[in-house]
Design a protein around this ligand. Structure first.
Ligand code: NAD
Length: 371
């Protein structure tokens, strides 16, 4: 039997609506609900592995084998997602900060979707925009389910590319469109962020000079800073009822971790990380330096924090009683990114491409040679 699949370049993805944040937030919402119902698989026997990574050696070893460098890795993130999606897929990417010297983004990503029953490829797509959008849509979904009733003020910490999509995700779901205060270590970056993004959000963007100014009084705090300097959030800045959305690393006190509700994109995935790297705390911290849960995982590992209290956003969506009870509840939401997100948004953009007749059909074979 002949096999074809659809190839979607970045221009094709744009035509098929990959930048449509409203749809992307809905896609992530449906994905979290499906995960909350347990209808998903990620890699490894734990069924919750973030991804399989190539770890380059710290020192030169042989031939042209690369050595470890900042943000240098290859990663495969396979997933099965059931519900309305019913699709398998894998995000595969390489990342190297030196790419900018060659005029390339830090990471270059593709997603392959496969038929659940046969394993046959369904689509291969450019995934840089797909991945950025799903990353920003996730704090958007968290805002939808966790915000207090009169939330209106947002803080954006780190004025980089990830914060751009986080702002778009939060803008979709925050009920009252007030002000978003934007802070970056470099004030000019915060100013540029506000200039570039103002036309894309109904929140009023204001650059601020200190992190305290951004966070104090904010109902929704989104952190996606790159780790040049740690983002430490002292207890006295925390407003009753606020939600803290850590897409990049944010550090809270031990008291905050035990006093407030800690919600993960998928606690089982973070637990899996801990189990894998429990005996290598330095690796856990260094490899996941930009990783929101690394410090909390170490606290769980040493018994300073209680792992049994951690829940996942999908649990709250499937069972709202686990969510906010009063307007004073504080939530810390930690997200590490999942292959299920890429598969979900990839599937929805692919479906739209099929509907609109976008993309290039590629043939795997007319008839398998050795069948
Ligand atoms: N959870 C996920 O799914 C996911 C996906 C992609 C990226 N990330 C994480 O998001 C973070 C941001 O990535 P990016 O690509 O936007 O990086 P980026 O380099 O484009 O931007 C980061 C910005 O943060 C600023 N910054 C650094 N330290 C700061 C601090 N202490 N306070 C305020 N600003 C600070 C930098 O000046 C920079 O402008 C990274 O940690 C990355 O690992 C998470």
């Amino acid at each position: 039997m002949s096999l074809d699949f659809l190839y979607l370049s970045e221009p094709d993805m744009l035509k098929a609506g990959v930048l449509d944040m409203k749809r992307c937030v809905q896609s992530m919402d449906d994905m979290f609900r499906t995960m909350g119902e347990g209808d998903y698989l990620m890699g490894s026997p734990s069924e919750n592995h973030h991804g399989m990574m190539l770890w380059f050696p710290i020192e030169e070893r042989v031939g042209k084998m690369p050595v470890a460098g900042p943000d240098r890795r290859f990663m495969a993130m396979p997933a099965y997602l059931g519900g309305r999606f019913y699709i398998c897929g894998n995000k595969w990417y390489g990342s190297n900060v030196k790419n900018s010297e060659k005029g390339l983004p830090r990471s270059v990503l593709t997603v392959m979707l496969n038929d659940v029953d046969t394993g046959a490829p369904v689509a291969l797509m450019s995934a840089n925009l797909l991945s950025s959008m799903r990353t920003g849509a996730v704090p958007g979904v968290a805002t939808k389910y966790l915000q207090k009733s009169d939330a209106s003020t947002v803080a954006i910490i780190g004025a980089g590319v990830v914060s751009r999509s986080c702002l778009l995700g939060i803008s979709e779901t925050i009920k009252i469109k007030g002000t978003a205060k934007v802070y970056d270590l470099f004030y000019e970056k915060a100013e540029k962020f506000c200039r570039d993004m103002q036309s894309q959000t109904s929140l009023k963007l204001v650059p601020v000079k200190t992190m305290e100014e951004a966070i104090v009084g904010s109902d929704v705090v989104s952190v996606a800073a790159s780790g040049l300097q740690p983002v430490d959030i002292p207890d006295e800045w925390i407003k009753p009822g606020a939600i803290y959305l850590a897409t990049g690393t944010a550090n809270f006190s031990n008291e905050a971790y035990s006093k407030y509700n800690v919600v993960f994109d998928n606690w089982k995935m973070h637990k899996d990380w801990l189990d894998e790297l429990r005996d290598e705390p330095e690796r856990l911290l260094s490899v996941n330096a930009g990783h929101p849960s690394a410090r909390l995982l170490l606290k769980v590992s040493s018994g300073e924090a209680d792992g049994s209290k951690m829940i996942s956003l999908g649990d709250i969506i499937a069972n709202p009683e686990l969510g906010r009870k009063t307007d004073d509840d504080v939530f810390l939401f930690l997200t590490g990114g999942m292959g299920t997100e890429d598969v979900a948004w990839g599937y929805d953009v692919y479906s739209e491409a099929v509907r609109l007749g976008i993309g290039q059909k590629l043939s795997l074979w007319d008839k398998p040679h050795w069948a």
